[in-house]
Ligand binder design. Structure first.
Ligand SMILES: [Zn+2]
Length: 467
């Protein structure tokens, strides 16, 4: 199926051959669309949508179409229209020398239907904030960006650009600097943050109105963190203690990540389900990042198919892959056996987490250093993975484009196709509620009132190929 963008002149002639006067003019009219209501699992046939600037102004049946006109019209010809996808965990990083290569990642998101990313910490924050502003104004093509800016960590931080905090005053100063930068949320990392400082960040940041998420020192207690105002947790490691009756004793050993095999051994589904339900009451968001676990584990046996997207990665970013490749190649048999078990456990945790009412966020963790987890396609793989582990396509899609804005309390503006909502939309040939594979049938992306046809998206991709 091909989508035709018809110029206003043509459309005016078509629409106003009848005598009625047009009521309202839009920048873009999308006609003959099957509107996908992800939240309710419904499809509304033969709708038209009027968009001005970046906002949806009207959604109605095609019968009323003659009363409206627009500068551009997109005939969806029965294709499926839904809000653009959110990748809720990405990174732009690698230092100033990799800024140009990071910039060429932006089209990869759009070309896969991702219109928003939540950037979970890096070391090129001023540049990322510039891109964010340019994208919002329509001067740069890419997904809308929500960024945490620099991560907060301890003295022996893990990632370049992190802000170390070791006492209350430093936490306060760090949050001052984040507020000055105007970042969108706070990301904590567990390189060397102490449980005390972890709690301190959460409590100070929450008081300032920041959303807070991140890793967690394994010697800290998630329930206490959530009670202090923690909004989210990145990766499933930190939920493991919820399933272990001896979690408190393991925590008291203060052995950090070394306690994980023991937590895996003692993991009990019933206990986990009970504890997940009480976490869910606190409105918590969990980014599962299942796909990256598989990719990093499978590096030694990776097939060539997984490397076809390498051509979109600059040489500098490819060089950052070496660290994780080395780790994967040198993994002992014992570690391999444990990691295999852990990955299985993470997969099994998805349905009970979902059923408990905890909000699952779909995020890829793509970016420099995270080897072979390519921006764009990796979010599609994450959605496939969530479905493979038991979510319906509707639930997996919600984890991307409904829970993404939910984390930021922005559900009023995103998540469905209705007047007043942001008009970041994607057009799919097939119905994504029936089969998650439909997400690969992308025909167009609408962003900032601009339509990126399939041809335009392919052209954007061809321009970012490195030789
Ligand atoms: Zn990450």
């Amino acid at each position: 199926m091909k989508i035709n963008i018809i110029l206003s002149v043509l459309i005016s002639a078509l629409l106003f051959s009848c005598n009625s006067q047009p009521k309202e003019a839009f920048d873009l009219l999308i006609i003959h669309a099957n509107v996908v209501d992800v939240a309710n699992g419904e499809v509304y046939a033969d709708q038209f949508i009027g968009i001005s600037q970046d906002t949806i102004r009207i959604v109605s049946t095609n019968a009323a179409l003659s009363e409206y006109k627009a500068a551009d019209t997109l005939d969806a010809a029965g294709a499926y229209l839904m809000p653009g996808l959110w990748d809720n965990h990405v990174h732009f990083r690698g230092g100033d020398s990799l800024i140009a290569e990071n910039k060429t990642l932006l089209p990869l998101f759009l070309a896969n239907g991702i219109t928003t990313v939540r950037e979970a910490g890096g070391d090129i924050t001023p540049t990322v904030l510039d891109w964010k502003a340019q994208i919002r104004k329509g001067e740069l093509s890419g997904p809308d960006i929500f960024t945490s800016g620099p991560k907060l960590d301890g003295d022996g931080w893990s990632w370049e650009g992190s802000i170390p905090v070791t006492n209350k005053e430093e936490v306060s100063k760090a949050l001052d600097s984040l507020q000055k930068l105007k970042v969108d949320f706070v990301k904590i990392y567990d390189g060397s943050i102490t449980p005390e400082m972890y709690y301190e960040i959460i409590s100070q940041a929450s008081k300032r109105g920041f959303k807070v998420t991140g890793h967690m020192p394994m010697d800290a207690d998630l329930n206490k963190a959530v009670a202090l105002g923690l909004d989210g947790i990145e990766h499933l490691y930190y939920l493991m203690p919820q399933g272990s009756a001896v979690a408190d004793s393991i925590r008291d050993l203060k052995i950090g990540f070394q306690g994980l095999p023991l937590l895996t051994e003692t993991y009990d589904n019933d206990l986990a389900e009970k504890n997940f339900r009480s976490l869910a009451e606190k409105n918590i968001y969990v980014t599962a990042t299942l796909y990256i676990s598989n990719v990093l584990f499978n590096i030694p046996t990776m097939d060539l198919d997984s490397k076809t997207y390498l051509k979109y990665m600059g040489p500098g970013i490819q060089k950052t892959y070496e660290r994780r490749i080395k780790t994967a190649m040198n993994m002992s048999e014992k570690s391999k056996a444990y990691n295999r078990k852990r990955i299985e456990k993470f997969n099994e945790m998805i349905p009970p987490i979902y059923d408990s009412g905890i909000h699952i966020l779909a995020g890829s963790d793509c970016g420099a250093f995270n080897s072979f987890v390519y921006p764009g396609v990796s979010l599609i793989e994450e959605l496939r993975e969530l479905v493979k582990q038991g979510l319906t396509p509707q639930q997996a899609l919600s984890a991307s484009m409904i829970n993404g804005p939910g984390f930021f309390d922005l559900s009023e503006y995103y998540g469905d196709i209705a007047p007043g909502k942001v008009g970041n939309l994607i057009v799919l040939e097939k119905n994504p509620l029936e089969d998650i594979e439909a997400i690969k049938t992308l025909e167009a992306v609408i962003k900032n009132g601009k339509t990126f046809s399939k041809d335009m998206l392919e052209k954007m991709l061809s321009e970012v190929v490195y030789d």
